[in-house]
Structures are given as structure tokens and as C-alpha cells.
Design a binder for this molecule. Structure first.
Ligand code: SAH
Length: 217
């Protein structure tokens, strides 16, 4: 697929998840795609290699929480890998202050390079294990994570970093209805309350997803 077709695909499928991207944002995603494909030749940052798949399963998937989020404030993305969902969220909502943490240096090296190349302001990539993160001086209104830990260890890890009112967004795969009551039980142990559950299908049959929004009491 050529550039125009891929950009059209991104424009269309992001709209399907409720996010409309301007031409300049679409161009940033195009640059992101080029850098990811280039670095992936050497570093294996993502197993997903087909450009259309990267667009839907990484870029658009990462944007799915955006319609439900406050578009300003401080956001922490834990175990971001090649930048998901932190970088797409930053491109989609430039006022967000985005902090990205990953324990693998090749990932944070890529992210630092990407941030420079895309000239993104108000986003930092930190090479650290999440377990070793200190209590932030200013709280993060949103802590988000995709495909990093199962819900239970994620909640245990993140909850100490949260102040009352802060939100943890867990991006999960397809979940069964019966799992939802288990989620509530897991959350309440750490004084979190499930504020919202969004069940969705990625465009073009790329799979089911669940977004859990957990607020600290
Ligand atoms: N969120 C990305 C990557 C998921 S893979 C996505 O959805 O595509 C999990 C990522 O977590 C990897 O990049 C790995 O390097 C990172 N990771 C693993 N253990 C970690 C830890 N203890 N602290 C921070 N990051 C970690």
C-alpha cells in the first residue's frame, strides 16, 4: 500500500474509534511508521510488521482510550515498548504531558530518537523498571498500560503511585462478562473503583479489546 492509502486507512479507522486526526497529526503518524519500520530491521521492537496492521493494531488501538480521557494533565505510560499507547496519545492530544517508562534500553533509545524526530514537546522517555519508580513529586492524573502485566500485578504495582481521583487505564484484550466481577474484586483490594468499562472491536476485524478505567478512592 502506498503512502496515500495508508494515511487514508489511518484517517478512517481512527475516526471509527472516535478520534479525528488533522493532516499534520496524520503526517506525524506517517513519520512514526517510517521510523518504526526502519528501527525494526535491526532491533525487533514489534512483532507486527505489516504497515496496515501497525496502523490498526498499534496506532488506532493506542488511540481508543482518547475519547474517554481528559486531554490535558500528566499521563504515565508503563512498559510502553515501541511507544504504545503513550506516543499515539501524545500525537492525538498534544496538551497531555506524557511520561513513558520502559525497562529495555533499546526501547527507550528508540523512543528518545522518535521524540526528537517528530519534534514532540512535553513527552519524556525514561529507562527504568516500573518497580523502581519513585513516588512522583506531581501526581499523574492518568496512568495507562497496554500488554505489560496482567490486571492483578498491574494494579498492585500502580496503586501506590496514585493519589485519590487519579485514574488507571488498563488496556486489555477481549474479556468475558464473567471476568468483570473479578476485576471489581481485584480493584477494591487496592482501593480502586471501576469507573467505566469499554468493550470494543478494532476496525477491520483486528480483534476485540477492553478498556478498564479504575479510579483511586
Ligand atoms: N505497551 C507496549 C509494549 C508491551 S510489551 C505495547 O502494547 O505494544 C511489554 C513492555 O514492558 C516491553 O517493552 C518491556 O521492555 C517492558 N517491561 C517489562 N518489564 C518491565 C518493568 N519491570 N518495568 C518497565 N517496563 C518493563
Amino acid at each position: 500500500m502506498d503512502k496515500d492509502k495508508l494515511i487514508d486507512l489511518l484517517r478512517q479507522t481512527s475516526q471509527e474509534v472516535g478520534v479525528s486526526l488533522t493532516t499534520s497529526k496524520l503526517e506525524l503518524f506517517w513519520l512514526y511508521l517510517q521510523e518504526l519500520l526502519e528501527w525494526n530491521k535491526t532491533f525487533n521492537l514489534t512483532g507486527i510488521k505489516d504497515p496496515a496492521d501497525i496502523i490498526i493494531k498499534h496506532f488506532v488501538d493506542s488511540l481508543t482510550p482518547l475519547p474517554y480521557l481528559d486531554r490535558s494533565g500528566r499521563l504515565l505510560d508503563i512498559g510502553s515498548g515501541a511507544g504504545f499507547p503513550g506516543i499515539p496519545l501524545k500525537i492525538g492530544a498534544p496538551q497531555l504531558q506524557v511520561h513513558i517508562v520502559d525497562a529495555r534500553r533499546k526501547k527507550t533509545s528508540f523512543l528518545k530518537h522518535l521524540i526528537r524526530t517528530l519534534e514532540l514537546k512535553g513527552v519524556t522517555a525514561l529507562h527504568s523498571r516500573a518497580e523502581e519508580m519513585e513516588q512522583p513529586e506531581q501526581p499523574f492524573q492518568i496512568i495507562i498500560s497496554r500488554a505489560f502485566r496482567r490486571l492483578e500485578p498491574l494494579i498492585k504495582l500502580v496503586s501506590p503511585l496514585m493519589k485519590p481521583g487519579n485514574m488507571l487505564v488498563a488496556m486489555l484484550g477481549p474479556t468475558a462478562n464473567k471476568e468483570q466481577s473479578r476485576f471489581q474484586a481485584l480493584a477494591s483490594v487496592e482501593n480502586l473503583e471501576i469507573k467505566q468499562t469499554v468493550v470494543l472491536d478494532l476496525p477491520q476485524d483486528r480483534g476485540g479489546r477492553t478498556l478498564l478505567f479504575l479510579q483511586k478512592r
